[in-house]
Ligand binder design. Structure first.
Ligand SMILES: [Zn+2]
Length: 413
């Protein structure tokens, strides 16, 4: 029995039947529906000659033992955002399952290297606002003290929600043991953006995940009456913020893959009859190149000070969060490009704006790469998320080729 990408598409539809309602997928991590999806997945792997278990962070590991203990990891996540699509996460997981089956059949249950499929726990972070929870424990970049007290909309704490699923957050560091013998990591994902569709290409080679600088910026001016305060006497905090909102577009446009977003803006007192005395904004900047990211951050800071001065205001910055860019492994990028070209005739290299579990694996020092498949309309985290079935088949076939090339690379190393 050889690789059967059509079976993967049927299984994706089966999972959708089981875990979606009229608003979309509801496989929110640590929820009953997520557990149902995982039980369904477990039933699929029970038919294979594999060992499987949950690690200390709730990641499921499925191991097909090979002649060599050196392991190729393939992974993704079964969890979804609320009202999510039918492909985000589970495409990569079920494609990995199909490849595991292919290896098991072709090598009579004993491939030359060990093949391990992983279903990461809580990639999305949709319930507690903490993305990549399971893979960060694997990588050793977990933040237990900050995370345990996070609460969901109903006030339930993260550590309590995990305990309900049998996971003790204090044991997270034990998940690092799964790194043993890991030689490479592969992940297939939908693009979730418009790039491949705009180029009319089915497959993309992901160069890495962009670093993120995320800051809160507060402009302080003077609240004043909108009727009595002459224009030249105003210290308008919104005017300074608005200038910055336009300037960050220019800052980003100097670099082909950079993005800068001012996603939130609050004005105080926020009434129709007052000049804005205080304006709170957020800035999110991303690029794959750490030097470009640092330069964009510096330029935004300088611009904010310039605009504050022009408007008679002060400006303060405070960091919300940041993560460094994570470039993927050059050899695996090359194999990914070859696999995509052999399958689809063409491929495009570009960085990922969204973060993925592959970034955490890469931060653990394990060579990693991702392949993207085109998303229709560039839409994801939405029930209308979709990809042409012929593109899904190409992607599963290309991931399989990439897996074979990577196994040969592991054997050579
Ligand atoms: Zn995803």
């Amino acid at each position: 029995m050889s690789l059967d990408p059509k079976r993967t598409i049927l299984e994706l539809k089966e999972l959708r039947e089981l875990t979606a309602d009229s608003d979309g997928a509801q496989r929110l991590a640590w929820s009953d529906t997520w557990l149902k999806a995982r039980a369904w997945f477990e039933a699929k792997i029970d038919a294979l000659p594999v060992e499987h278990h949950l690690d200390a962070a709730g990641n499921r590991w499925v191991t097909l033992q090979g002649d060599s203990p050196k392991a190729l990891l393939i992974g993704s996540h079964l969890d979804s955002v609320p009202n999510g699509g039918w492909l985000d996460g589970c495409l990569g997981e079920l494609a990995g399952l199909e490849i595991l089956r292919r290896f098991a059949d072709e090598f009579y249950g004993r491939p030359p290297v060990t093949i391990r499929l992983v279903d990461w726990a809580d990639e999305e972070g949709a319930r507690f606002g903490r993305s990549l929870l399971g893979s960060s424990a694997f990588a050793g970049t977990e933040s237990i003290e900050a995370d345990r007290v996070r609460t969901d909309r109903d006030g339930i704490r993260l550590d309590a929600a995990l305990l309900r699923c049998g996971i003790d957050i204090d044991r997270f560091p034990e998940a690092r043991m799964e790194q043993e013998n890991a030689e490479a990591y592969l992940e297939l994902h939908i693009e979730q953006g418009p790039v491949l569709e705009s180029l009319d290409l089915p497959l993309g080679v992901v160069l890495g995940t962009k670093g993120v600088e995320r800051h809160a910026i507060t402009f302080c001016g003077q609240e004043a009456h909108s009727g009595s305060t002459p224009m030249n006497a105003r210290r308008d905090a919104l005017a300074a913020a608005a200038k910055l909102a336009l300037e960050i577009r220019e800052i980003a446009r100097k670099h082909p893959d950079a993005v800068c977003t001012m996603g939130s803006l609050k004005t105080f007192p926020g009434i129709v009859t007052a000049v804005v005395g205080r304006c709170e904004a957020t800035l999110d900047q991303r690029d794959l190149d750490a030097a470009i990211l640092a330069r964009m951050y510096q330029e935004a800071r300088e611009a904010s000070e310039r605009f504050a001065t022009e408007e008679g205001c002060r400006v303060e910055w405070s960091k919300i969060w940041n993560i460094e860019p994570v470039p993927f492994h050059p050899d695996l990028i090359e194999f990914c490009e070859q696999a995509a070209r052999e399958t689809a005739g063409t491929a495009h290299r570009f960085p990922s704006g969204p973060l993925h579990d592959a970034a955490e694996v890469s931060r653990a020092g394990i060579p990693a790469v991702m392949m993207f498949v085109q998303s229709l309309r560039g839409i994801s985290h939405n029930k209308i998320e979709d990809t042409k079935e012929e593109h899904l088949e190409l992607a599963i076939t290309a991931l399989d080729r990439l897996a074979t090339k990577t196994v040969q690379w592991i054997l050579r190393s």
